[in-house]
Design a protein around this ligand. Structure first.
Ligand SMILES: [Ca+2]
Ligand SMILES: [Ca+2]
Ligand SMILES: [Ca+2]
Length: 443
């Protein structure tokens, strides 16, 4: 069974190294660029970072076929909203499923199907919450807009009830629109971003749309986020800050070699605060990709990404170095640190995620084959403070170490509780499942 799972995993993720005989120990002497500091700046011991509240547990109720690619957001009163892809739940292919949890970890209602249109594939779900607890779930739906994938969304109020019906976000429908994310500003404005293929005759662009608190479209509908359109722009994420929104993405041909990480700031109505996107990575060799972003209440923020390089001029599928890399910025978008290496592995894509932990820090999670005890990926995490001077130890998030744990995401409540989710090859006895673990900032 485990062997079958490995084979299937490798078939699905062709670019992930499936040779597991070169396993390395997780490196703990990580930061080559910034020296690790044993204190948090106040002379306190740094060993305490996060405390687990319990072992990990299964999220999905519907277990047939595969459940994977979870995302999570947490409301101001600590309710976690988990979304994922579930095969077959709506009777026709992939389905967007969701389960909400109360602050104490008990279920808030039952698992439910998010998408109203069930025909064909609904996948890539993400979720964002507003300060009042209302939330939006976004996904891509195949053939619903008449051409490839389109971005669809459903709003909910703080009681968890639908607000309006599901709606299409993208105006341009030709070809694929997908990879949607959203963030709410404290004034209630909502900015949704997605990737559009072939729009403006280019390979891939980041598009956005902004709505006010009454859900009126601000401005003139969708607009392009990226200034540089040469090559492709991909894999965008968004965070809300007091000045508006910050969007980060991977962009081809902006640095001297292949992919780079860039960001651009917008005000709360979607007007760009920068003429050009700004490059984040200082190491330009090979690929910098899969960024994520999280911000503190004061508007300072961190961007985390994967740095991939190999000795074969970046052309080898067998990537030998994959760094989980972070860089911190103040609320004006000026860099506070150089690159910080949080983890160095050889696992290929590591599917990271980051959240602020509401105690002045950030929790970063990623997927890696970094244990000498087995040959399958686990979920790892690390805490850093927003000065970049404190970096906690790497810890393993999943308590169930059997088989593959993949695609982690994490979100935090104002009380310092965190909710981590991921896809798992162990658990529900029928394909992949969704697992979660609750933890909190150590006092
Ligand atoms: Ca479906
Ligand atoms: Ca489309
Ligand atoms: Ca590069």
């Amino acid at each position: 069974m485990k062997r079958l799972a490995l084979v299937m995993f490798c078939l699905v993720f062709m670019f992930t190294s499936c040779s597991k005989d070169t396993t390395e120990e997780m490196s703990n002497d990580d930061s080559e660029i910034i020296e690790e500091d044993d204190t948090n700046g106040n002379g306190e011991e740094s060993s305490n970072t996060y405390t687990f509240l319990a072992n990990d547990f299964q999220v999905n109720t519907y277990k047939d076929n595969n459940q994977n690619y979870p995302k999570v957001a947490v409301t101001p009163d600590g309710k976690a909203i988990v979304v994922w892809e579930s095969e077959g739940l709506d009777g026709d292919g992939h389905t967007v499923a969701a389960q909400r949890y109360n602050l104490d970890g008990s279920k808030w209602g039952n698992e439910f199907v998010v998408n109203t249109e069930t025909k064909s594939t609904q996948s890539q779900p993400t979720v964002a919450v507003a300060d009042d607890g209302s939330h939006i779930i976004l996904w891509r739906s195949k053939d619903q807009d008449g051409s490839g994938f389109g971005v669809y969304a459903q709003r909910y109020n703080s009681a968890g009830n639908k607000v309006g019906t599901e709606f299409r976000v993208n105006e341009e429908t030709n070809s694929n629109q997908d990879l949607a994310y959203a963030a709410y500003h404290s004034n209630g404005n909502l900015m949704i971003i997605w990737q559009s293929s072939d729009q403006d005759g280019k390979a891939g662009e980041i598009y956005a749309r902004v709505y006010d608190a009454a859900f009126n479209d601000i401005g003139n509908g969708e607009f392009r986020v990226n200034t540089v359109i040469n090559g492709w722009q991909n894999t965008a994420r968004i965070a809300a800050v007091p000045s508006g929104f910050i969007v980060v993405w991977e962009s081809l041909n902006i640095d001297n070699e292949r992919l780079a990480i860039v960001f651009k700031r917008f005000d709360s109505e979607g007007s760009a605060l920068m003429t050009m996107e700004e490059q984040v990575n200082t190491r330009e060799i090979c690929d910098q990709k899969n960024p994520d972003i999280a911000a503190q209440a004061d508007g300072s923020f961190v961007i985390v990404w994967e740095h991939l390089e190999d000795p074969d001029k970046c052309n080898s599928v067998q990537t030998l170095v994959t760094d989980i890399t972070a860089r911190m910025y103040n609320n004006n978008g000026n860099a506070l640190t150089d690159e910080i290496i949080l983890s160095q592995n050889s696992s290929g894509d590591q599917n990271l995620g980051v959240t602020r932990d509401h105690r002045g820090g950030y929790a970063v999670v990623w997927q890696a084959d970094a244990s000498s005890n087995d040959s399958s990926d686990d979920i790892y995490g690390r805490r850093l403070l927003d000065t970049g001077k404190f970096i906690g130890d790497v810890f393993t998030v999943n308590s169930n170490r059997d088989s593959y744990q993949v695609f982690p995401a994490i979100a935090a409540a104002p009380d310092g509780n965190l909710f981590a989710v991921w896809g798992s090859w162990s658990g529900d006895g029928n394909g992949t499942s969704i697992r979660a673990r609750r933890l909190k900032v150590s006092e």
